[in-house]
Design a protein around this ligand. Structure first.
Ligand SMILES: NC(=O)c1ccc[n+]([C@@H]2O[C@H](COP(=O)([O-])OP(=O)(O)OC[C@H]3O[C@@H](n4cnc5c(N)ncnc54)[C@H](O)[C@@H]3O)[C@@H](O)[C@H]2O)c1
Ligand SMILES: [Zn+2]
Length: 351
């Protein structure tokens, strides 16, 4: 892992990318898109960064395709198109494309260069930065993967104009998380954003990336500090997995699931980390203001807790949480008595 992360901003940085790629004399250049970014982003990408791809690789859009079978198709396509160790892959898409594309690049021929061009808010402020690549294993999220920084990340807010509203809201959850774990004044600013439009959110992308980058540079392999980025994710991932595979429940986006996770974990923090009740309430009311309340039955809760026990952060069968002592003061490796989980769900569902 390097001592800095190569992130550049804006449409100009996409023009500069063309020069960087030319200078590196790659043997072939591949661009990975999903079915949405092919339509909404690829034409503009080729205009801003006028490269001539050897091939455009395509995957279906959605978390359910972030799996080994998609990787297999892409590895084969790279191979058929003559990809070699000196090829480069450009991931143009949301967090699914950057996570999966990064993993494909890290494994094809034991690793080729790749660049991330995040096109969703969530990928800009979170997924494309920090070197975690990977795929899901059945219902279990991000079970297979590698940590390696891309050669570069180019963040341009231009893409957000075509991003659906609920996807903006999903990415916003990670931004609120950055405030909660690291920066109280950032939390207070974000909390009072009147509505989640691309225009209102654009100026907050760089501060969020800065919070994440600080953490990742200090602890790239998640030995300690980096765990704070998992606030809301221990329960949030289990909720996301459950809704992803449930035959009739509506799907929850990543950020929507971790928004619930953060409210649940704020409650756990009042019991286990000394978070004061007024702050937990402030967190709950803020999330309720931005996200619809999801009704989670006791049967749902039992299934979610089953999935939780498989979470990758379990060590020796214990379930460890990142909680908060206060806003901006995370508390890592907290073991939570399982009897509190039902109370946390009650807290989330109460007014
Ligand atoms: N690696 C990490 O550190 C990290 C961190 C957070 C999240 N993640 C992962 O990121 C994923 C979620 O990312 P996501 O929310 O970006 O999901 P996503 O990639 O599925 O993108 C969301 C949707 O928006 C569409 N889209 C993307 N950009 C668009 C644009 N500009 N215009 C129109 N449509 C567009 C996509 O096709 C998709 O349908 C999850 O798999 C999560 O595990 C990874
Ligand atoms: Zn997340």
């Amino acid at each position: 892992m390097e001592d800095h992360i190569n992130i550049t901003y804006g449409r100009n940085a996409l023009q500069e990318l063309k020069e960087v790629l030319d200078a590196k004399h790659y043997s072939s250049l591949f661009v990975l898109v999903d079915s949405n970014t092919e339509t909404h982003c690829l034409p503009r990408f080729l205009e801003y960064c006028p490269v001539v791809p050897t091939a455009v690789l395509k995957m279906k859009a959605g978390e359910e395709f972030k799996n080994l079978s998609t990787c297999q198709d892409l590895w084969e396509e790279l191979s058929v198109q003559g990809g070699d160790r000196n090829s480069v892959l450009i991931n143009l898409g949301g967090g699914v494309v950057t996570d999966l594309g990064g993993f494909v690049a890290c494994t094809f021929k034991r690793g080729i260069d790749f660049y991330n061009i995040p096109t969703s808010l969530l990928a800009m402020v979170d997924a494309s930065v920090g070197g975690k690549t990977g795929i899901d294993l059945g219902a279990l999220k991000n079970q297979i993967g590698i940590i390696r920084e891309p050669q570069g990340v180019i963040i341009a807010e231009d893409w957000l104009t075509t991003l659906p509203q609920e996807e903006l809201r999903s990415g916003f959850a990670e931004m609120l998380k950055h405030g909660l774990i690291a920066n109280p004044s950032y939390w207070h600013t974000l909390k009072s954003i009147p509505d989640l439009s691309a225009k209102n959110l654009a100026e907050f992308i760089q501060p969020s990336v800065a919070e994440k980058t600080k953490v990742v540079l200090e602890d790239p392999y998640e030995k300690g500090l980096r765990k704070i980025l998992n606030f809301g994710h221990t329960l949030g991932h289990a909720i996301e997995s459950y809704y992803l595979t449930h035959p009739t429940h509506p799907r929850l986006l990543h950020g929507e699931a971790i928004a619930i996770g953060m409210v649940l974990e704020a409650y756990l923090a009042t019991e286990c980390s000394g978070l004061d009740h007024a702050t937990a309430e402030e967190i709950k009311q803020t999330f309720k203001g931005f996200y619809p309340l999801i009704s989670i039955t006791t049967a749902d809760q039992a299934a979610i807790l089953d999935l939780l026990r498989h979470d990758k952060k379990n060590k020796g069968g214990r379930i460890n949480f990142v909680l908060l002592k206060a806003i901006g003061a995370p508390d890592i490796d907290v073991e939570v008595p399982q009897a509190l989980f039902a109370k946390a769900f009650d807290y989330y569902q109460s007014a």
